[in-house]
Ligand binder design. Structure first.
Ligand code: ADP
Ligand code: TPW
Ligand code: MG
Length: 583
């Protein structure tokens, strides 16, 4: 990764006096504004009107990662933002390229990942009169799908435009921001001195937000009254990078905790206080629940019965004040950034004041033991053809000693079972479909993680999920990234064995091509392909692929009858009670 030096305004002015011509333009100002704010990487797709912007950024030492589709570029930028706490930058062309990228901005906003999509746009006068410009679209209409959206209409506003975008992306609850740069603003010339003076370096873009002391006391008092306390860690807790304090809070109080999927590894999954293997029991029986960077949305059954006890009381630590009482009343809201809040909880905590009831810990331990035994028995089976569990067991065992590997995971069964079987040992190493359960993030997240960290990535992808972003394997090969993609090939969405009940020749809506050889795709770009049909073959292929560090696809054949429709979301899948065209 290229490091971009951050220049001071004074230095820029001196440089300007020394060698730059007396005029500058929008292209140069955008690049200088990025450098001034320490932006070192852009993820995008080139074309009118931003080709020269990408070229100039690269010439000036900003790394440009060129994608095959803007949605993956946006996903890479979003996950880079999640991993680094700096907004990831996605650069797109007007109208269709912009719209392709917008899905990623909306997904980033939903998940709370900081990113900025910067898009070129067509001539305002023609767009506003709808006179049919090249790639005509009023792109500021994207606002409802973003955390914030801005348009720059003159080159001297570029500096402020980027500053507003950066602050909007990372402050408070992070999110996806849109910055519109019309072609004429990019090419507009202006006096170089005035241009440099118009730039802005954002000071303290992510200010600490210290919670009120009384909110800390209220939370600790409630916790001290608990018999069956539970802490839930969400991806906001992972994002906050307050890893040591969060661990101390958990270990100091002895409270059992549950990690949401992207918070896995914040404490190692084999931590004795993890209640993950007793999830339904702890949700149903906890009397006081501390949510740290986790929302009571559908992923937590909205905090309601039947999953939760109707009398449970909630403490919620979140930077967003309006998150409180979103689904259920919150008895002790702690509004602030997680770093400051957890540190205040630790400082105020009186040693020994919080002690989970021994019977509670025993009940959890027994359920964990019971569930771990059934899972072990499930994983020990070696059915032929291979099923999800035996394939995941092989991956789990290969990854067990390699905690630096990033795990990307999407699909339905591939996601739900992968989350349960693959243990994580380090924070922010598991990247998955997140709040929307969206398909197609896999390759973008893999590229973003590999580019920002230089570390290996294993992407465990359903065959359908992979199809949404599969062409990015060319990107992975072009940049020689250490990404191993394991395609769980069960020949379909959920399952590969559904039939067309009309008796016609078309495949069922959920069926994909049977016997597809995804491994062959990557060979077209010089990568390595493996075709495996049993756990031993998968173990060997994954071990070799990780040792080689080369772009690899493992086509992992899974029993087409092994999956369940909608994975673990069957209750959300409406089915016709009359005649669904099933059987
Ligand atoms: P999960 O899906 O893992 O349950 P969510 O995305 O639903 O997590 O929730 C994350 C929460 O974390 C959001 O409500 C967000 O406002 C909050 N959050 C994100 N970053 C911080 C931070 N630095 N400090 C406090 N809260 C944060
Ligand atoms: C952008 C709907 C949810 S899960 C899924 C789809 C299409 C694919 C499941 O099949 P896959 O996994 O990946 O092969 P597996 O192991 O169960 O066979 N479009 C978008 N997002 C979503 N969530 C969908 C469609 C969906
Ligand atoms: Mg599938």
């Amino acid at each position: 990764m290229l490091a971009t030096e951050t220049r001071s305004l004074d230095e820029l002015e001196t440089l300007n006096e020394q060698k730059t011509p007396a005029i500058t333009d929008g292209f140069h100002l955008v690049v200088e504004a990025m450098k001034l704010n320490g932006i070192d990487t852009i993820y995008g797709v080139a074309g009118i009107p931003i080709t020269d912007l990408a070229r100039l950024a690269q010439a000036e030492g900003i790394r440009f990662i060129g994608f095959r589709h803007e949605q993956s570029a946006g996903n890479a930028a979003a996950i880079a933002g999640y991993l680094t706490q700096k907004p990831g930058i996605c650069l797109t062309v007007s109208a269709p390229g912009f719209l392709n990228g917008l899905v990623a901005v909306a997904n980033a906003t939903t998940n709370g990942f900081p990113m900025i999509q910067i898009s070129g746009s067509s001539d305002r006068e023609i767009v506003d009169l709808q006179q049919g410009d090249y790639e005509e679209l009023d792109q500021l209409n994207a606002a409802p799908y973003t955390k914030a959206a801005f348009r720059v209409n003159k080159p001297e506003d570029i500096g402020i435009g980027l500053a507003r975008a950066i602050r909007a992306a990372v402050s408070g609850r992070p999110g996806g921001v849109y910055l519109d740069l019309p072609a004429e603003v990019l090419s507009a010339a202006l006096d170089a001195d005035a241009g440099v003076k118009s730039l802005a370096r954002v000071v303290d873009p992510t200010p600490r937000q210290i919670p009120a002391p009384e909110s800390i006391k209220r939370a600790l008092d409630l916790l001290a009254s608990a018999q069956r306390p539970l802490i839930i860690l969400g991806k906001g807790a992972a994002y906050a990078q307050a890893d040591a304090d969060i661990r101390e809070l958990i270990e100091e109080t002895g409270i059992p905790y549950l990690p949401m999927s992207m918070a896995k590894g914040l404490l190692p999954d084999n931590h004795p206080q993890s209640a993950a293997a007793a999830r339904s029991l702890v949700l149903a029986q906890a009397d006081v629940v501390v949510l740290i960077g986790a929302r009571l949305n559908w992923l937590l059954g909205h905090g309601k019965a039947p999953q939760w006890s109707p009398t449970a009381k909630f403490i919620q630590v979140d930077i967003s004040p309006t998150e409180m009482d979103s689904n259920r009343p919150v008895a002790a809201p702690v509004v602030g950034d997680i770093g400051s809040a957890v540190s205040a909880l630790l400082t105020t905590l009186k040693p020994g004041s919080i002690r989970p009831n021994a019977a509670w810990l025993k009940t959890i331990a027994e359920r964990k033991q019971h569930n771990a035994e059934s899972m072990a028995a499930r994983l020990a089976k070696n059915p032929n053809p291979m099923d999800f569990h035996s394939a995941l067991r092989a991956i789990r065992d290969v990854l067990a000693g390699k905690s630096d590997v990033y795990v990307v995971n999407e699909g339905a069964n591939t996601l739900d079972l992968g989350r349960n079987v693959i243990d994580m040992y380090e924070p922010r190493k598991r990247l998955d479909s997140g709040t929307w359960g969206v398909m197609g993030i896999g390759m973008g997240y893999a590229v973003g993680a590999a580019v920002t960290s230089g570390k290996p990535v294993v992407a465990i992808e359903g065959d359908s999920a992979f199809g949404f972003c599969g062409m990015e394997i060319e990107t992975i090969c072009r940049y020689e990234l250490p990404v191993v993609t394991v395609v769980f090939n069960n020949g379909g969405i959920y399952r590969g064995d559904d039939v067309n009940h009309s008796g016609g020749v078309d495949p069922s809506p959920t069926v994909l091509m049977q016997n597809a050889r995804y491994d062959k795709l990557i060979e077209a770009f010089g990568g390595t392909g493996y075709h495996v049909t049993d756990p031993q073959g998968l173990t060997k292929a994954l071990t070799d692929a990780l040792a080689s560090g080369k772009p690899t696809i493992i086509n992992c054949v899974i029993d087409p009858t092994a999956g369940t429709e909608s994975g673990h979301l069957q209750s959300l899948n409406p089915t016709s009670q009359i005649d669904s065209g099933r059987k």
